[in-house]
Design a protein around this ligand. Structure first.
Ligand SMILES: [Zn+2]
Ligand SMILES: [Zn+2]
Length: 501
């Protein structure tokens, strides 16, 4: 079957947008189009003019059908004022109304004054299943209007996302292990619950921190209100491209996710993260991907992974076939064998507060100097982290010359070492494995609630510990980052990144 041309779209930019009445909406832009599969994974830009003294802006956005043969079409919009990003609606709703004014905005969008001049709505098409023939086209309508009347809404989210400053460490929370979620969503993209509901749910199960990594937007940061219990918000964004997803954590500004191609290895995202001193993670690289989860699989070259700070080897439940966690673990092992010391991380990737009650949800333990955004990310950069859906695991390894390693990321001389492992909070029978230079060796069986195990071993360049359940699939319950041997560069994150050519 021959492929026809992509759709031609003629947006109507309306002169009637000028000030006419204090009580009516004035229309600035209308877009009507019929899109098909040939328009998928393509961005369209629709400029319009916002007149002087506008007080509110409204974008109506609608497409149909929502799904074809059980597979979703997915269209999303983003909004830009003459100077900067004003938000994105990366969610599944086929019919949305976005309102932005000086004091409030629809979740996903940033409130603030509406400067006059050339704005633009951008349309992304992560997936269009409609073929234009047997299944008809996907019809699209976008309408942009402005209002000049007084703002009726109560201000919400009045913090300025561009001036949030640094996130201070919680007082009195010194050097130790902290446990948190490095990947989660809220109503600011395709999640069901508010930032407060998500933070309350995470705190209620004893987590110390949570990164709100909504897709392609930053408006969630406006709702990171400081908490009296010291629970830490980590600022993040999930850069959701057509070719892979990447979390940028500890950001202080919007990350432009748009300027990537499958050939460039997400260089522009890495360059922006590096410029902000942020931490970049390859997310769920072995996910099932298109057409069900758009862009979720890592379609950039596998060799591009080495330039990131970390790789998410555990996303959601270990055995969830959608996320391909065992394949992600194998990808990370390939990186370690090639000498790239990326940190492995876990993330629940939950989109609703109730999922914090799931017993198979993985979180990341980080050994940090304090419970602060910078300190947690420094701990991750140094590889001082282990991943777990419940059990705790600590160890001490003693090598020649009284060299001792007590944290993942530590370094020992090459050769033999004596190992002591303490496991607690174990709910099911399990087996402890030592993975050294890519080969696994069984260290012993462990019964609930925990045990201390001793062993001797040798390693050439790295080893790590893995606690697995005893079912047929041997799900991972806990896994550490490596202890390294010899003189390879320490996992500090420096020097690995691309810089923009
Ligand atoms: Zn994702
Ligand atoms: Zn996600």
């Amino acid at each position: 079957m021959g492929e026809g041309p992509q759709a031609t779209i003629d947006p109507r930019v309306l002169a009637s947008c000028a000030w006419r009445s204090m009580s009516a909406w004035s229309r600035c832009l209308e877009v009507d189009a019929e899109l098909t599969r040939r328009d998928r994974q393509r961005r369209r830009v629709f400029p319009f003019i916002v007149p002087d003294l506008a007080t509110r802006l409204r974008v109506g956005f609608r497409y149909q059908p929502g799904e074809v043969d059980g597979i979703h079409n997915l269209l999303t919009i983003s909004l830009f004022d003459p100077e900067r990003f004003r938000g994105a609606a990366h969610r599944w709703d086929q019919s949305q109304t976005v309102i932005v004014d000086a004091g409030a905005a629809t979740p996903g969008f940033v409130p603030g004054p509406l400067p006059s001049g050339r704005w633009q709505v951008e349309l992304d098409a992560p997936e269009i299943v409609s073929d234009g023939r047997a299944t008809g086209p996907c019809s699209l309508r976008i309408v942009v209007e402005v209002h000049h009347g007084p703002i009726p809404s109560q201000p919400t989210g009045t913090r300025d996302p561009w001036r949030l400053g640094t996130v201070a460490a919680a007082a009195g929370r010194g050097p130790r292990w902290y446990r948190g979620d490095l990947h989660s969503h809220s109503v600011h993209s395709d999640g069901d619950d508010t930032m407060a509901e998500m933070a309350n749910a995470a705190a209620s199960i004893g987590l110390d921190f949570r990164a709100a990594t909504d897709h392609n937007t930053i408006s969630q940061w406006l709702f990171d209100e400081p908490r009296s219990d010291g629970f830490l918000h980590i600022r993040g964004v999930e850069c959701t491209t057509y070719f892979g997803h990447a979390n940028v954590l500890g950001t202080s500004d919007w990350i432009d996710w748009r300027d990537v191609s499958v050939e460039d290895g997400a260089r522009s995202i890495l360059a922006q993260a590096a410029a902000q001193g942020a931490f970049a993670v390859v997310n769920h690289p072995s996910d099932r991907g298109y057409p069900v989860c758009t862009g979720c699989r890592w379609d950039f070259a596998p060799s591009d992974i080495q330039h990131f700070d970390a790789i998410e080897v555990w996303n959601g439940g270990w055995l969830d076939p959608a996320t391909g966690n065992p394949e992600a673990l194998a990808l990370w092992t390939d990186q370690l064998m090639a000498g790239h010391t990326l940190t492995a991380v876990a993330g629940s990737d939950t989109h609703r507060a109730s999922e914090y009650q799931r017993v198979d949800q993985p979180y990341t333990w980080v050994h940090a100097e304090a419970l602060g955004e910078r300190e947690i990310l420094d701990g991750l950069r140094s590889g001082r982290a282990y991943l777990s859906c419940g059990p705790t695991l600590t160890f001490a390894a003693r090598a020649a010359g009284d060299a001792v390693a007590t944290l993942p990321g530590d370094r020992l001389p090459p050769g033999g070492f004596a190992l002591r492992v303490d496991i607690a909070r174990l709910a099911v029978p399990a087996t402890l494995w030592l993975v050294a230079d890519g080969s696994a060796r069984r260290l012993g069986d462990v019964s609930p609630p925990g045990v201390t195990l001793q062993a001797t071993a040798t390693a050439g360049s790295w080893w790590r510990l893995e606690l697995r359940g005893r079912g047929p699939d041997e799900p991972i319950l806990t896994m550490t980052n490596p202890v390294y041997h010899g003189d390879r560069p320490a996992p500090e994150g420096g020097g690995r990144r691309f810089t923009r050519a």
